[in-house]
Design a protein around this ligand. Sequence first.
Ligand SMILES: C[S@@+](CC[C@H](N)C(=O)[O-])C[C@H]1O[C@@H](n2cnc3c(N)ncnc32)[C@H](O)[C@@H]1O
Length: 311
Amino acid sequence: MYRSKFWGCCLRATFMAATRFWRRGASGGVPTCFVHVDHGKTQGMNTTEAAHYSQNRSFQHSFGVEVLQQYMKWEEGDTVLDAGCGTGEICKYISQQPGVASVVGFDVSSEFVSYASQNNSSPNVLYRAADVSDVSTFKPEWHGAFSKAVCLMVLHWVQDKAEAVKAIHSCVKSRGEILLGCVAEESRFYQTSQKMASHPKWRIYLKDFVPNLFPWPSSDLTNERHSSRLLEECGFEVLSCHIKEHQQPFESREKLKESLRAVFPHLHYIPQDKHDEFFDDLFEMAKDIHLISTDYTAGTNNTLVLHARKL
Ligand SMILES: C[S@@+](CC[C@H](N)C(=O)[O-])C[C@H]1O[C@@H](n2cnc3c(N)ncnc32)[C@H](O)[C@@H]1O
């Protein structure tokens, strides 16, 4: 059913010089490293805390494993690209699937790539830093090299989706497959993020906050939302286009809070001594919007899952 039931590591020095900058948080405390992507886009997650993300990504992990199991049929000799691999757990999971020969994972955050290399290494996995929307940061040998590519929970942090899809397309072999998972418009996560940015109590701290969540636009979905114009224009045949609900229970308020901390960049702007108060309001907002429930389950209602083949 189309709408299913709901919810090292060496980035080249020149690229790093151009893309990273340090900014002191609103608290005036420890500097927070943001990765600055070209065209003024700012990578929104806190990618300085790779260990924190790795320990608080159960939502992303269960989503990733579920869609990989649902859509990807691994074949002997598969070479797989993971675009926006984060801290590498999904690369490691893919590398262990029967038939998979090798995996390359890349991420715009050199901190995440470094963490992945140290904590999720495997003889058949390679990690690199690169920007999915800037093909010039890709290794030349990636061109046409992969039988499959995945990009899970990444493209809502990337404004220029066409460049990203084209860049991934350039890495995939003819008849190769891609699997994309991305927050779509009208999602509870997106609504909560927007509302917290304009919250009367917090907007004074958030005046420099640049909205950096770019959900997949509904207007891209065609054929009664069974296909994606963008993917077709970039040279893919869409095999499946599905709006997925995904739910993840957390064992405590604290665990859920840490998982939200990893993906709500607003916190960089809120003074440290007000974080607890901010979280209280974030929880209330997220409950109102049904992003979370009183039993500490997080549920997304509008995650787009696209499975496609290169023509
Ligand atoms: C929610 S995490 C998902 C990570 C991983 N796919 C997973 O499932 O755990 C989003 C990731 O996208 C990465 N990212 C954001 N913008 C990117 C870009 N332009 N190029 C490559 N990676 C990017 C972030 O650094 C972060 O690691």
